[in-house]
Design a protein around this ligand. Structure first.
Ligand SMILES: Nc1ncnc2c1ncn2[C@@H]1O[C@H](COP(=O)(O)OP(=O)(O)O)[C@@H](O)[C@H]1O
Ligand SMILES: O=P(O)(O)OC[C@H]1O[C@](O)(COP(=O)(O)O)[C@@H](O)[C@@H]1O
Ligand SMILES: [Mg+2]
Length: 354
């Protein structure tokens, strides 16, 4: 009897998901002749009255390496741990499908669900998915490089218009409570000010940088992570989704910063919120390679029978850690991170008082 393995994508989509699906499937088909069953719409495909699935063969995963999004669809609401009845139905569907194991490609919430289902007896291998690069235990996740490339290009485009008008341009990135995207794209795009959720910014310090640059270079580029906040202030919440287990949606901090900055400056201030363009489109070559490695590693874990673990990259090496070690916390930028030092030393302001 060949192995029968399920695979699903959970949480927000992310460039590189299809590359993982392809690598898991090809690796399992080639190396052990497994049957691979694609599950639609994240855990949603196992929670309905009947499973929503389709077999994945070689042809169905050919040509998807470079496609953004996920051919399986995803959900950031479906949660089989919401009730005991949901958990039981999910496990019953997995059992009826004959799944010996499940590959869950998702974020922290999906890993929490994977951990809960694994404790109820379903063997699981996790693959970390986040453009924010904030999953505990993994130093770089696929999708992040693509997001950084998109933001970097946006900053470059804002530079020419900022310079022409002598304006302050604010660009807001995604990232939730972690500033990785803002930090790396800010440095790659030559931002003058980088504001992160990890370092509360001093509005007067930011205004002082803009005024000094107005004298010298006429314009200022500010890159701000959506979770950043001023000293003594609050994060900017865009929406509250009561039916989501993770109900806070951040967003709009660029507009809040613009409103605070404009009265302090003579020049005009404009805000751009990049939003979901950071998550869409084709993965970069780096993300295609990383996602392929993650997918293949997940298949190896399955074939070795190493379950209830998540694939990781640590110190540049592929490995895995127990799901139970992943489910708590967010990987933020440490305050002693070398990139922060580099930024300060080359004169980039992090919104700290002079
Ligand atoms: N704290 C949580 N506990 C349990 N389930 C969660 C939690 N947060 C999110 N989820 C569930 O996890 C999935 C999406 O979250 P996740 O994988 O973290 O992706 P993202 O962070 O991109 O939304 C959904 O199925 C959602 O219902
Ligand atoms: O899809 P939604 O609900 O708008 O979620 C937006 C959130 O998801 C993200 O785009 C990406 O999250 P991941 O890091 O989990 O991929 C966040 O940066 C953003 O805050
Ligand atoms: Mg999450």
């Amino acid at each position: 009897m060949p192995l029968r393995i399920g695979i699903l994508t959970g949480g927000g989509d992310c460039p590189g998901l299809n590359a993982v699906i392809r690598a898991v499937t090809k690796s399992l088909l080639r190396q052990c002749g497994a049957e691979v069953i694609g599950i639609h719409d994240g855990f949603g495909g196992l929670m309905g009255p009947a499973p929503h699935v389709r077999p994945l063969d070689w042809a169905s995963v050919s040509g998807i390496l470079m496609r953004g999004g996920t051919i399986l669809g995803t959900s950031n609401r479906a949660n089989p741990l919401r009730s005991e009845a949901d958990a039981e139905r999910t496990l019953a569907h997995a059992h009826a499908l004959g799944l010996q194991a499940l590959v869950v490609i998702g974020g922290d919430g999906s890993m929490a669900i994977a951990h809960g289902l694994s404790q109820r007896g379903l063997p699981i291998v996790g693959v970390p998915k986040t453009i924010d690069n904030d999953i505990v235990g993994c130093e770089r996740s696929f999708g992040f490089d693509t997001a950084v490339a998109t933001v970097t290009e946006a900053i470059e485009r804002l530079q020419t218009t900022a310079e022409s008008h002598g304006r302050v341009m604010i660009v807001e990135t995604m990232g939730r409570y972690a500033g990785w995207i803002a930090l790396e794209a800010g440095i790659a795009g030559a931002a003058d000010v980088i504001l992160l959720p990890e370092i509360d910014y001093d509005i007067d310090a930011v205004a002082a940088v803009c005024r000094a640059r107005a004298q010298r270079q006429r314009y200022t580029l500010i890159c701000i992570g959506e979770g950043a906040k001023p000293v003594g202030g609050e994060r900017t919440v865009q929406a509250w989704l009561p039916d989501s287990p993770d109900p806070v949606r951040l967003g709009g901090v660029a507009h809040a910063l613009r409103a605070a900055l404009q009265p302090r400056l003579d020049c005009e201030v404009r805000a751009t919120v990049l939003g979901h363009v950071q998550r869409g489109g084709a993965p970069t070559p780096f993300d295609r390679v990383l996602a392929t490695q993650f997918g293949n590693e997940a298949a190896q874990l399955i074939m070795r029978g190493e379950f209830n673990r998540m694939v990781t990259l640590r110190d540049g090496r592929l490995g895995s850690i127990a799901l139970s070690d992943v489910v708590h916390g967010t990987r933020q930028v440490p305050l002693d991170h070398p990139l922060l030092r580099t930024a300060r030393q080359i004169g980039v302001s992090l919104g700290e008082p002079a």
